[in-house]
Ligand binder design. Structure first.
Ligand SMILES: [Fe+2]
Ligand SMILES: [Fe+2]
Length: 235
């Protein structure tokens, strides 16, 4: 049996082509010179996504039982704190692009309406139901390791290709945080994968996450897992 550390290394290798694909999508987005309005819409989705990330993680913290390990509570709270910072950063980027502060509520409402009309990126609800709203700690850890690892790579590419220094600087910091979030997933996997049964379970979950992300990548070049708006955004 391979150990948990070998397992996470194997997953990282397996994810490499996938990460390269989404990295290229970010590069292509800027290479195609999007219009100002398109860029505003793009960062509008990003802003709402970061805010929801913060809310979802805070919810997870608020639901932790008395038996939670303090380290786990600390790490997830830190991640929630980071997501609040990302929300702030992206809102600043939008303010800079628009010349005034965006109306967060209106931006969110417009996304919801577009989604209801089927014009905005569809919700990968299957993925959310399976991995983000799960009570299975191994599923959460595997999802976090893979998806946040991809976010890190995406935002490194964003920092390299973005058209303004402000976007580049903010995304360089966001990318650093995403790497840390992915490491939280890795640490959790290494704690939870302790025998053949947990290894088999984690392996199956990882294949499922990877396959789903590939299927999104194939169906829409600009789509990536982190572009999704969680289900809760529609409520
Ligand atoms: Fe984030
Ligand atoms: Fe994150």
């Amino acid at each position: 049996m391979i150990n948990a550390k070998q397992f996470t290394e194997q997953i990282a290798q397996q994810c490499e082509p996938l990460y390269q694909l989404t990295e290229n999508n970010v590069k292509m987005y800027w290479a195609n010179k999007p219009s100002k309005q398109d860029t505003i819409d793009y960062f509008g989705r990003r802003m709402i996504n970061e805010r929801i990330n913060c809310i979802e993680l805070s919810r997870r913290v608020s639901e932790m039982g008395n038996d939670v390990e303090p380290e786990e509570m600390f790490l997830i709270s830190k991640q929630a704190h980071d997501e609040a910072k990302h929300f702030w950063f992206v809102k600043d980027i939008l303010t800079d692009l628009m010349g005034h502060e965006p109306d967060v509520d209106a931006v969110h409402e417009a996304i919801k309406q577009k989604q209801l009309r089927g014009e905005a990126i569809a919700l990968p609800a299957e993925l959310l139901a399976k991995f983000e709203c799960t009570e299975d700690p191994i599923a959460l850890a595997v999802y976090q390791y893979i998806a946040e690892g991809m976010a890190h790579r995406n935002w490194v590419a964003q920092a390299e290709c973005a058209p303004t220094a402000m976007i580049a600087e903010k995304y360089a910091e966001i990318a650093k945080d995403e790497k840390f979030h992915s490491q939280i997933g890795r640490m959790q996997i290494e704690k939870l994968v302790v025998d053949q049964a947990t290894l088999t379970h984690a392996t199956e979950l990882a294949q499922e996450v990877i396959e789903l992300i590939w299927s999104f990548g194939r169906s829409d070049k600009e789509r990536c897992i982190k572009a999704h708006i969680p289900l809760s955004a529609l409520n």
